[in-house]
Design a protein around this ligand. Structure first.
Ligand SMILES: NC(=O)c1ccc[n+]([C@@H]2O[C@H](COP(=O)([O-])OP(=O)(O)OC[C@H]3O[C@@H](n4cnc5c(N)ncnc54)[C@H](OP(=O)(O)O)[C@@H]3O)[C@@H](O)[C@H]2O)c1
Length: 300
């Protein structure tokens, strides 16, 4: 019988690539969405056609307290099996200002009414949503393992971020949510181990997705147009900010996500998949790398 994998936030970006990877490897999957029901249905139809397995579509706003528990329960109620859960849903901390524009403030300049809103936004989904989801997944997987004479290898993977250690003044709440989640991995690994359940975190660097298509606050000196986050970090990568001179694609993370869930002897690990961005020595020079990237572009 085919193994089963639930990937939260698989209606977009990294999650969509991960769910495709698992379906390609012979898993029956759950494509989960929050607002993108149509996108999720389309992704599931493509997976069925491409890979032949089952792709169940489930919606849930995982920042609501009961939703993560219900999502795991609905997955198990449908398939009666559960082997891998990838907790991937996540948002940036930016919230809209009174004009409806996405507001990006440096920490010291954040209006007081935005401080708690930004933190609530990321804690309710990135931290609490994942925390609750993993708790229910681990308890369900443990229950299943206890019924097996030789428990199958099962795995829970949190998609956190290198923002746990890579500092940026406008996204402190995001980093806090991801750093907090990393700690949950360490504790959960202790409970999972005796039942052959591994628990790890994959920490992506900057990946080209809708999340990084937002404005970065850096202008193109040639045109005055504001670069997106993906473009700014792409320039920095070209300028030498990381040994692999490009930002990541969703498939870069999908390959790693699949691999990390297949290693029965790796647990409690927080692994960066970031083209080397977080190697020591890089942070202080980011402005220099951006300028070098721009210079190289202008020479092309
Ligand atoms: N892109 C990067 O550079 C990068 C770097 C490091 C870490 N990450 C992490 O990777 C994960 C995926 O990010 P991405 O870049 O692929 O972003 P994305 O394309 O914006 O996708 C985010 C996903 O999260 C879902 N989501 C949003 N709000 C939700 C809610 N309230 N409840 C449940 N699901 C919700 C979205 O569902 P709908 O679209 O259906 O609403 C979507 O499927 C996130 O945890 C992010 O923090 C991304």
């Amino acid at each position: 019988m085919r193994p089963v994998c639930l990937v939260t936030g698989s209606s977009s970006g990294i999650g969509a690539a991960i769910v495709d990877q698992f379906a390609a490897q012979g898993y029956d999957v759950v494509v989960h969405y929050n607002s993108g029901a149509d996108r999720a249905e389309e992704i599931a139809a493509t997976l069925r056609e491409k890979h032949g397995g089952e792709a169940l579509v489930l919606g849930a706003n995982l920042s609501q307290p009961d939703a993560p528990f219900e999502l795991v329960d609905r997955t198990f109620a449908h398939y009666g099996r559960l082997h891998v859960v990838v907790s991937n849903s996540g948002v940036a901390n930016y919230v809209q200002d009174e004009k409806g524009q996405l507001a990006r403030y440096r920490f010291s300049e954040t209006p007081i009414e935005h401080l708690d809103k930004e933190m609530d936004r990321v804690l309710s989904l990135n931290l609490m949503g994942s925390y609750r989801l993993a708790q229910r997944a681990l308890s369900k997987m443990t229950e299943l393992a206890k019924k097996e004479r030789k428990p199958a290898h099962r795995s829970i993977l949190f998609i956190t971020s290198i923002s746990d250690i890579a500092p940026e003044s406008t996204r402190i709440p995001y980093g806090v949510s991801k750093a907090g989640l990393n700690h949950a991995v360490l504790g959960a690994a202790f409970d999972g181990g005796p039942h052959n359940i591994t628990v790890n975190a994959l920490r992506p660097g900057v990946i080209d997705t809708p999340l990084t298509a937002r404005p970065s606050g850096v202008e193109d000196p040639a045109t005055g147009r504001e670069f997106t986050v993906a473009e700014t970090y792409g320039l920095m990568a070209e300028g030498g900010a990381q040994p692999i001179r490009r930002i990541g694609e969703p498939d870069d993370i999908a390959y790693a996500a699949y691999a990390f869930t297949q290693i029965p002897y790796m647990t409690g690990q927080l692994v960066a998949v970031d083209g080397g961005f977080t190697l020591p020595g890089n942070f202080a020079n980011r402005e220099l790398f951006l300028q070098e990237g721009l210079r190289k572009r202008q020479q092309q």
